[in-house]
Design a protein around this ligand. Structure first.
Ligand SMILES: NC(=O)c1ccc[n+]([C@@H]2O[C@H](COP(=O)([O-])OP(=O)(O)OC[C@H]3O[C@@H](n4cnc5c(N)ncnc54)[C@H](OP(=O)(O)O)[C@@H]3O)[C@@H](O)[C@H]2O)c1
Length: 233
């Protein structure tokens, strides 16, 4: 059997592109998504191989079915996209909160709903959460909530869709992503000191763990932290 299709929703960010490149290099047909078709196509070109860019906006869940209509024979689905919502409860921004909640909890689920009938029997789904679910910080009100939601969403999906496997990955701050690479040195030094390994995890660390969760045939309903031992300190 030929290699199946890999779909990376949020395939224009560095974590998404790195995972997409891993599978494109192995000969899979890979779809990468962005809200913007031009950005998706540019990312697909950068990734190379048989990689195709398509436009999907998770904040408009009713439009997701049409956006994914050309995708079939899915072997791996990775849901990576994020809307960054820095939201403190004393200064609550409802519109920003709705965007992130819709994107991760409704948009991700709608992607699964649309694609599950086009998945191979041994297919797998990986949802990106994050350590903010366990380690809140001022402003993480919505991201802590949705990443907590991701950690339980995978359980119901894994039961309903079996034998399709469904897992979640929860990175701590990924040091070489744009969100963190540009932070002041003292912020990064403080974060490193709070890990058992004395370093921040990397995009490569996250992709390595993502591939394990997507491919290991005995793993479903698992929330895997990739945090350099942050939870032990
Ligand atoms: N970076 C970290 O340190 C870190 C730590 C823990 C967890 N994570 C998790 O890893 C994942 C990626 O994070 P990141 O920091 O790499 O993200 P990022 O750089 O902020 O990129 C966000 C991605 O989401 C897409 N996106 C934004 N709004 C969207 C929408 N409404 N519909 C569809 N796609 C949308 C963006 O595509 P366009 O802008 O092209 O539309 C882009 O591909 C997230 O799930 C995050 O929770 C990251």
């Amino acid at each position: 059997m030929t290699e199946g299709t890999v779909v990376v929703v949020g395939g224009t960010c560095e974590l998404g592109k790195h995972l997409a490149r891993h599978y494109a290099d192995k000969g899979h047909r890979v779809f990468v998504t962005s809200r913007d078709l031009g950005r998706a196509q540019a990312a697909a070109k950068e990734i190379g191989g048989n990689c195709i860019g398509i436009a999907v906006d998770l904040s408009a869940p009713h439009q997701i079915a049409a956006a994914l209509s050309g995708v079939d024979d899915v072997q791996h689905l990775a849901l990576v996209a994020l809307h960054r919502d820095d939201n403190k409860v004393r200064d609550y921004n409802i519109d920003e909160a709705i965007k992130l909640v819709t994107l991760k909890l409704v948009g991700y689920t709608e992607c699964v709903h649309v694609l599950c009938s086009r998945m191979r029997a041994d297919a797998s789904i990986l949802i990106y959460g994050g350590l903010a679910k366990d380690q809140p910080y001022p402003g993480s009100t919505t991201i802590t909530t949705v990443n907590g939601g991701v950690s339980t969403l995978i359980n119901s999906l894994a039961i309903e869709l079996s034998p399709i496997r469904v897992n979640a990955i929860h990175p701590a701050q990924v040091g070489d992503t744009p969100a963190w690479a540009t932070k002041p040195k003292e912020v990064l030094d403080n974060l490193r000191a709070r890990t058992a390994l004395g370093r921040l995890v990397t995009i490569e660390d996250v992709t390595h763990a993502a591939v394990f969760l997507l491919e290991n045939r005995g793993v479903t309903g698992v929330n895997l932290r990739v945090d350099g031992g942050r939870m032990m300190k």
